[in-house]
Design a binder for this molecule. Structure first.
Ligand SMILES: Cc1ncc(C[n+]2csc(CCOP(=O)(O)OP(=O)(O)O)c2C)c(N)n1
Ligand SMILES: [Mg+2]
Length: 323
């Protein structure tokens, strides 16, 4: 990977964490309502996956602030969405779990666990039908692989040889339930093995994630059909800000935080890319300024008009009658 890209990935990881720490503060302060799922600890995975899958369509889960920003959305528009403001990326209608931006081929954020998976299958079918070769990537958690929609989707995608990357972020927990209590094995790729090529990567190593997603994207573009890539990660916070994370021991959290992807990337920049400690500080400052501006923008933005309450709820009814 060249220096410019390594620096860009590091910046987006620092930006993601800074953004989420600010979001947490404003959630606790009452500026943000609803649920707030933080990606803190998993930034390396989220940023590298988005940077690697540079073209194509992306569907993801409710834990998606960092992915949305890494995909190219303006942090101001994302923060305004969390604040429920009209200037938000989903016009204040979606909130944290529904960041949606067709101009970046980013179709959410989905509050329904695994709900995005069949949507991605439909999109991949459409793209194949249209002869578009970029492919589709769907990101979901380990918990989502226990749902029926997941099994129907892998069956359909492999039968139809769809250009679809199933990217599983396995942090070992579905809310507070350890995955091995509700699935017969720790690695969820086993569920997809009979259907498609499967791969595993250390999700706390941003460069490794980047390389694995690139490789998987080439495979789906070359007509091999779908690929299942499993990234082993670790989230530092509870499932959402409302979850006190009491189900994990101090020792487990210590091991988890010892793998910090931002620290690892920073060491790499210093030791292999010749980036100076001063340059690292400048990047961190730039990220902080960007987040401060995003918060100021969101705080001063206006709320959606009450009169628009029922807009964008249902599709416009079209008359398909043929005369
Ligand atoms: C269909 C559906 N069932 C249940 C829930 C409640 N729920 C929200 S997140 C979650 C766990 C999903 O597992 P995973 O993606 O591994 O969770 P995470 O790592 O994000 O905690 C559940 C059961 C939901 N949102 N949708
Ligand atoms: Mg999980």
């Amino acid at each position: 990977m060249n220096k410019l890209l390594a620096e860009e990935i590091y910046y987006d990881m620092v930006l993601g964490r800074t953004f989420e720490l600010a979001a947490k503060e404003h959630y606790m302060g009452g500026d943000i309502a609803g649920f707030l799922h933080l990606d803190i600890g998993q930034e390396g995975f989220s940023v590298a996956a988005m940077k690697a899958f540079d073209k194509g369509d992306v569907f993801t889960t409710y834990r998606e602030h960092v992915m949305a920003i890494a995909r190219g959305m303006d942090p101001k528009d994302v923060m305004a969405e969390l604040f429920g403001k009209a200037a938000g990326i989903s016009r204040g209608r979606g909130g944290s779990m529904h960041l949606f931006d067709p101009s970046h081929f980013f179709y959410g954020g989905d509050a329904i666990v695994g709900g995005q998976i069949p949507n991605a299958v439909g999109c991949a079918y459409a793209r194949k039908y249209q002869g578009r070769e970029d492919g589709v990537m769907v990101v979901f958690g380990d918990g989502a692989t226990n749902g029926g929609a997941f099994f129907e989707s892998i069956n359909n995608a492999s039968t139809q040889k769809l250009p679809l990357l199933f990217l599983c972020e396995n942090n070992g927990y579905a809310i507070g339930t350890k995955i091995t209590r509700v699935a017969p094995f720790e690695k969820q790729a086993k569920k997809a093995e009979p259907y498609m090529i499967t791969r595993e990567v250390d999700g706390m190593d941003a460069l490794a994630v980047y390389e694995s997603v690139r490789e998987a994207q080439s495979l789906i573009q070359d007509g091999h059909g779908p690929v299942f890539l499993e990234a082993m990660t670790c989230r530092y916070e509870g499932h959402s800000v409302a979850d006190a994370n009491t189900y994990r021991s101090k020792e487990e959290m210590q091991i988890c935080k010892g793998k910090d992807s931002i620290d690892r990337m920073e060491q790499l920049l210093l030791s292999q890319y010749g980036i100076t400690p001063d340059a690292i500080k400048t990047i961190q400052k730039r990220a902080q300024n960007c987040v401060d501006e995003a918060v100021a923008f969101a705080a001063s933005a206006v709320e959606p008009e009450l009169a628009e309450l029922y807009e964008d709820i249902f599709a416009e009814r079209k008359n398909h009658a043929v005369s």
